[in-house]
Design a protein around this ligand. Sequence first.
Ligand code: GLN
Length: 538
Amino acid sequence: MSNSTKYVFVTGGVTSSLGKGIISASLAKLLQTRGFSTTIQKLDPYINVDPGTLNPYEHGECFVTDDGAETDLDLGHYERFLDVPTSQANNITTGKIYQSVIEKERKGDFLGKTVQVIPHITDEIKHRIQLLGKNGDFDIVITEIGGTIGDIESLPYVEAVRQMMWEFENDCIVIHLTLVPYLSAAGELKTKPTQHSVKQLLELGVQPNILCCRTEHELDLKLRKKIAKFCNVSMNAVIEARDAESIYDVPLIMQEEELDKVVLEKLHLPIVSTPEFNKWKSFTKKLKNPNSEVTIGLIGKYVELKDSYKSISESFIHAGVTNDTKVKVKWIHSEKLNDSNVSDELGKLNGILVAPGFGSRGIPGKISAVKFARENKIPFLGICLGMQCAVIEFARNVLDFKDAHTTEIIDKTPHPVINLMEEQKKISDFGGTMRLGAYQCELKPDSKVSSAYNKNSISERHRHRYEFNNNYLEEFEKNGMIASGKNPKTGLVEIIELSDHPWFIGTQFHPEYKSTVINPHPLFVSFVAASLNNKKEN
Ligand code: GLN
C-alpha cells in the first residue's frame, strides 16, 4: 500500500534525556531545507490529557500553540527550528487517546464489542499519527515517541509503530536514538547498551532502520561496523550524535553525518536539492562570536529547573544573536528576594525579567524586583504573572493603593487591580480551561511596543485566567502606566508600559512562544537592545 505522506518514527533507548526532540527537530530542519514540507509530532505516554495541569518541576515548561493546545516543551523546539506553527494535533498523550476511545465507546461506536488496547487504542494512535499527513499539508511527518523503549507506558505506541511499518512498509522508517557510553576506567566506548536496546525493540517487532548514537567521543569505523552488524542496520545508517556546544549546532552536525540523505534514501524519496543553510550557519557563527555581553536577571520560582523557562531562555539566545551580544541569564529565585536584599541581588543587572507563574509562592519577591526595576530605570519585561506583578506594584507604590493585589492570591483585596476574567467565573474544571492560544492585540501608536514590533496589530499566545481590571485603567494611565496593547474585541489590556521609563513593558501574553531562529521575537530583541544601552550608559 502506498501513502503520499511519509512517516519517520523516533524512539529512544538506554536512558531518557538523550535529546530525541532536538534530533527530531534537526532532521525536520534538514528535510525542510531540502524542500520537503515537514512537521513533527510528539506522543507522550502519560495519562494526563495534556501537560497543562502538570507542575513545571514534573515536566518543564508547558508550551502553548496558536490554537490553544497546552503541550510538551519539545514542540517549542520544533517551532524554533522550523519556524512553522504547531497545533493540537502535534502533541498526543495517552490521556487524550483513552479519552477519545472511551467517548466513542459511550456513544456506542463499538457496540457489541469488547474495547481493548489492541486494536482500539492502537487504532486511535495510528489515526492520530496519520491525521497530520491526511490533509496533504506535509510530505513528511516525524513522530517522536516519548519515554524510553522498555517503559510499560509506551508499549501501545510501539505496537502502533510496528503495525504502521507493516501496513505502509515503503513509507515508514524508525530512527532509534541510543547511548554509547564512554567507560573511563576501560578507556573505551561501549556498544552493548545500544545492542540491548535494539534487542528490546526487536522483541516488540520493530527493526530500527537508523541508529543515532549519542556519544561523547568519536565513533570510529570499527565501532560503527560493530553496531551495524549486531543491530541489523546498514553502515551508513549508524549516525554519530556527538555532544554539541549548542542545540543549534545539531542540524549542521546531522547534515555532516548525512542523516537526512539516509532518511530520504530509506523512504524512497529523491535527493533533489542540496540544503542551503546560510542563514542558519550565520546564526550559529554569531552565537559563538558575540561582540558584547549583557546580564539579564530572570526572576521566577522554578529557577532550580531551567527547563521551566525553556522558551524564555531560547528567546534570549535568538535576541542576543540579533544584537550581536551574549545574553547571560542570571537565575534568581523569587522566594529569596525582598526589599532589603533586592539592591544587592539585582544591582548589577542590565535588564530584569519577571517570569510567568501561578499561585502565591514568590510573589513578594517578584514585586520587589519590579519596584527596583521601575525606580532604578532598569529595562524590565514582565510576562503574564510578571506583568500582573508590575500592575500590583504600581498600584501599591505609585497610586498608593496599599493593599492592591490580584484576586488569584487575595480574593477579597480592597483593590483587585488584577481580577478573574468574566468568562472564567463559571469554570470549575482545571484542565484546558484557561484563556489559551492566539489572540489579536492592537497597539497604541507611538508606544514603545509599537516601535518594538514596528506595527500596530499583532497576534500573541495566552495562558491565564486573570486580567488587568479595567475599572482602574483611567487612574493608572493618569499616573504614567499606560495600556499600550488591547484586545480589539474585548478591550482586555494585553500590554502595559511606563511612559517615563527607558524600557518597562509587561505583557499578559507570552512572547517567548513565538521566537524562532529565523524570526527572533521583536520584544525580546528590543529588550536586549535596551539592556545593552543601559549597560553602556552606566
Ligand atoms: N496565574 C496568572 C493567571 O492565571 C498568570 C498566568 C501565567 O503567568 N501564565 O492569570
